[in-house]
Ligand binder design. Structure first.
Ligand code: PMP
Length: 435
């Protein structure tokens, strides 16, 4: 907090202690700090009782570390070695100029769209995903405002409060939050280097339970489930009548050839597949898609109309142009070559600076390396000390709600020199300041 708000650390601690002793706030590390009394209304007598409102609603607040990350990501000069996004310096202005100019002359209206999204985009996506073995008609595809919205739609339209959601442990923070906020029970299942250890999953038989998995270049661990494990998992889920949400956010980012998505092995509609343009092209487009059987797509599309009347049509037209012109495939190949270089250099830096301190995996694609310290170090402390050196970390415990000694490292957002410099500094901090 002190770093975040640029005040002395002891001032923050004293202020928190004082406000707590007056009963104005209450907090616990990891769960955030809340205002619990109406003292503000004594200080500002004419304001509404907003404090009560602020702690209401079914979304919980982010914990302090996540709030700090969300703020610090936008501070200048911060080296972001955990960020799940492509380096903005790789953004190709000329390519986007081309695409935006073309759509500018093609579109004749920007009205509301039909409830499943732009037909031209659904056709283009159907053609595109066929290359990875997913056979779908435009009627099996729903365009969403990012795949996070797809998860929210599934949570509020198909699941129930108290449904069990089985996930890899650890898993993508925002997906976990989405299910948790909607009242589902999260059940974390461990992974080995081949992916989810599905045999450790014992289904409770609760209504509308579901498995949520990120089988390819998993967020946050970078693990890719092997083909054999995928087949076994599909068989297990069929036998146990457990439907699957397959989050394919990093599906297209395998560097050495693609691995079949679960959806391509699905002959009876067990899998709901989620795709997105955020990890390959641009998260700011806010375009994702669901591939599922028609009744599922219709149900989600119906709720989406109630929620936001459809995803941005400008963004949808832009993606149509990318896909149909062939630019997307061409760009993707170049991106994978670049990311592979980043990965290799990141691994070299880790070997140089962390060999005695931690262990890690070698991802076959995507953005992430999961680093686990050999000693039980205090990750929170490391986070704070790293901020002092302008290094922003993504601590591992934000991805599974329990303490661990890991970091999600991303080699996508920084260049190799920045990554190496950050690793050098981080190794020094780990040895000298964090016990
Ligand atoms: N799923 C996973 C596994 C992700 O990593 C992300 C983005 N970090 C998302 C979903 C959300 O992506 P979108 O921008 O499409 O909402």
């Amino acid at each position: 907090l002190a770093e975040l708000f640029k005040v002395n650390r002891s001032t923050v601690i004293t202020a928190i202690e004082e406000l707590t002793s007056y009963g104005i706030i209450s907090g616990r590390f990891g769960a955030g700090t809340r205002i619990i009394s109406n003292t503000w209304s004594l200080l500002l007598p004419n304001t509404a009782e907003w404090n009560e409102y602020l702690s209401s609603g079914y979304f919980q607040e982010n914990n302090m570390i996540v709030q700090a990350i969300n703020k610090l990501e936008f501070e200048p000069d911060v080296i972001r070695i955990g960020t799940g996004e492509i380096d903005p310096r790789l953004f190709s202005k000329s390519m986007w100029n081309d695409v935006l100019n073309k759509i500018g002359s093609k579109i004749s209206s920007l009205g509301y769209l039909e409830n499943l999204g732009l037909l031209e985009l659904r056709q283009a996506i159907a053609k595109h995903i066929a290359k990875s073995g997913i056979i779908a008609k435009p009627e099996n595809i729903l365009i969403t405002s990012g795949s996070l919205q797809a998860l929210q739609l599934i949570a509020v339209s198909l699941l129930q409060k108290n449904s069990d959601v089985y996930t890899e442990a650890p898993s993508y923070l925002k997906s976990l939050q989405m299910f948790q906020s909607a009242g589902m029970n999260l059940k974390g299942i461990p992974m080995d280097e081949k992916g989810l250890e599905y045999w450790k999953l014992s289904t409770s038989g609760k209504q509308n339970s579901i498995l949520y998995t990120i089988p390819t270049n998993q967020n946050p661990t970078g693990i890719t489930m092997t083909k054999a494990r995928r087949q076994e998992l599909m068989n297990f889920c069929l036998e146990n009548r457990l439907p699957i949400i397959e989050d394919g956010a990093y599906q297209e980012l395998n560097y050495n050839g693609s691995i079949p998505p679960l959806k391509s092995m699905d002959s009876n509609g067990t899998v709901i597949y989620l795709g997105t343009s955020s990890k390959t092209l641009a998260p700011g487009l806010r375009i994702g898609w669901v591939v599922a059987s028609e009744p599922i797509v219709q149900r989600l599309g119906d709720v989406k109309m109630q929620m936001d009347y459809g995803a941005s049509s400008l963004s949808q037209w832009a993606l149509v142009e990318f896909l149909n012109s062939g630019l997307y495939d061409q760009y993707l190949e170049e991106l994978k070559i670049e990311l592979k270089k980043h990965r290799d250099q990141a691994l070299q830096s880790l070997k140089k600076y962390f060999s005695n301190l931690a262990s890690w995996n070698k991802p076959s694609g995507g953005f992430y390396i999961w680093l686990t310290f050999k000693k039980d170090i205090k990750i929170e402390r490391l986070f704070e000390e790293a901020i002092k050196e302008n290094i922003l970390l993504n601590p591992g415990d934000i991805y599974d709600f329990k303490e661990n000694h890991s970091l999600r490292l991303s080699f996508a957002y920084v260049d190799s020199e920045e990554f190496a410099r950050a690793m050098e500094k981080l190794s020094i901090i780990t040895k000298s300041r964090v016990g």
